[in-house]
Ligand binder design. Structure first.
Ligand code: NAD
Length: 314
C-alpha cells in the first residue's frame, strides 16, 4: 500500500504551496491526505491513524497525537521553530522529527524591517520620524533569520552586533557583525532583535533589568516567540519608559497581558507597540512554497534514502 503523508495544518498553506507539495509526494508514489483549517484536536487524532509521515506548521504533536499514530515514522515541521513538537515523546516512539531550517528566513527578515520602518516613521501619523542608517541592531541568536536581517541591515547602513554562544565569535565577525560576549551586552544598542528558539533557557529571559538598560529610543523586535519575553516585566517597562518600543510578530496568547501592555503604552497610532494580527513572519507565498516543498522533499529522502540530515534531538 502506498505511503500516506498527512498535511495537518490548522492554519492552511496557500493553495499554490499545497499543489507543489502534492507534486513532490505523488512523484514519489505517495498519497497526500489533507487536514487543513481543522477546528478540533479530535480531527487531528482521527486523521493521524493512517499517516506514515506528517507535515505540520504550528500544529502540536504531543503524546496524545503519537498514541493514535500507529504507522507514523516521521514528522516534519514546515518552518524553523519546533517548540510545538514534544521531542521526548517522538523519540520515545521512534518517530523522527525534522524542521526545514532557513526556508522562511527571508520572509521574517523583511517583516522585521517593515515593523522597524513603521515604528521609526511614527506609523505614518504625519509627524517627523528618523532614519535607520547608522543605527545599531543587536541579535539575540545568530541563526538563519538573524543573518537574513543582518544582510538587510548592511544594505540600510546599520551596524550589527550578535550574541550566540553556539557560534564561534570569529565566525560572527567574518559575517560582518560584531560579536557580543553576554546577553546583557546586546541591550546597549538601540534595536535588539530576538532570534533564539523557545527553550527552557530562553523562556521569559527578556526581563525588566535588560530592557531598562537600553539607550534612548530602545526598541525590542520579537519575531521569535512571545514566551521569550517576560510579559509582566514588559508592562512595567512601558510604564517606566515613554521612549521604549516593542515590535512583535504575534500578540501574547494571554489576553490580559496584551491588554495590560496596550493600556500601559496608550499609543494611539501604534508606533511604540506593534502586534501582528497573527504570526505573520513566515506568511508569504515564497516561504509557504519553500517550507512546504522542503518538508515534502525531506520526507521522500528519508523514506527512499534514509536521509536524516535535518533530524532534531530532544
Ligand atoms: P536557527 O536555528 O537558524 O537559529 C537559532 C539560533 O539561536 C542558532 O544559531 C542557535 O545557536 C541560537 N541559540 C540557541 N539557543 C540560544 C541561546 N540560549 N542564546 C543565544 N543563542 C541561542 O533558527 P531561525 O530560522 O533563525 O529561527 C529562530 C527562531 O525564530 C525559531 O526558533 C522560531 O521560534 C522563530 N521563527 C519565527 C518565525 C515567524 O513566523 N515569526 C519564522 C521563523 C522562525
Amino acid at each position: 500500500k502506498a505511503r500516506t503523508v498527512l498535511l495537518a495544518t490548522e492554519k492552511a498553506f496557500a493553495a499554490d504551496a499545497v499543489s507543489k507539495i502534492e507534486a513532490v509526494t505523488s512523484a514519489a508514489g505517495y498519497k497526500l491526505a489533507r487536514l487543513e483549517n481543522y477546528k478540533s484536536k479530535d480531527d487531528l487524532l482521527k486523521a493521524v491513524a493512517d499517516a506514515d509521515a506528517m507535515i505540520i506548521r504550528s500544529d502540536k504533536v504531543d503524546q496524545a497525537v503519537l498514541d493514535k499514530a500507529a504507522k507514523l515514522k516521521i514528522v516534519v515541521r514546515a518552518g524553523a521553530g519546533y517548540d510545538n513538537i514534544d521531542l521526548k515523546a517522538t523519540e520515545g516512539k521512534g518517530v523522527v522529527s525534522m524542521n526545514t531550517p532557513g526556508q522562511n528566513a527571508n520572509a521574517v527578515a523583511e517583516l522585521v524591517f517593515g515593523m522597524m520602518i513603521t515604528s521609526a516613521r511614527n506609523n505614518y501619523d504625519g509627524t517627523s520620524g528618523f532614519e535607520l542608517v547608522n543605527r545599531s541592531i543587536a541579535f539575540y541568536g545568530f541563526g538563519a533569520v538573524a543573518r537574513a536581517v543582518h544582510k538587510l541591515a548592511q544594505g540600510f547602513g546599520m551596524k550589527s552586533f550578535a550574541y550566540d554562544p553556539y557560534i564561534p565569535a570569529e565566525k560572527i565577525a567574518e559575517m560582518g557583525a560584531t560579536p557580543v560576549a553576554t546577553v546583557a551586552g546586546l541591550f546597549e544598542h538601540q534595536y535588539v532583535s530576538l532570534h533564539v528558539p523557545l527553550t527552557a533557557e530562553t523562556k521569559a529571559s527578556i526581563n525588566k533589568e535588560l530592557l531598562m538598560k537600553m539607550p534612548k529610543g530602545g526598541t525590542l523586535i520579537n519575531t521569535a516567540r512571545c514566551e521569550v519575553v517576560h510579559e509582566a516585566d514588559m508592562v512595567e517597562v512601558f510604564k517606566a519608559r515613554q521612549d521604549f518600543c516593542y515590535l512583535c510578530d504575534v500578540a501574547p496568547d494571554d489576553k490580559a497581558a496584551k491588554e495590560a501592555m496596550t493600556a500601559a503604552v496608550g499609543d494611539k497610532f501604534g508606533k511604540r507597540l506593534i502586534f501582528t494580527a497573527k504570526k505573520m513572519g513566515a506568511q508569504t507565498l515564497e516561504a509557504n512554497d519553500n517550507c512546504g516543498v522542503a518538508a515534502a522533499n525531506q520526507i521522500v529522502a528519508f523514506f527512499e534514502k534514509g536521509e536524516t540530515r535535518f533530524a532534531l534531538k530532544a
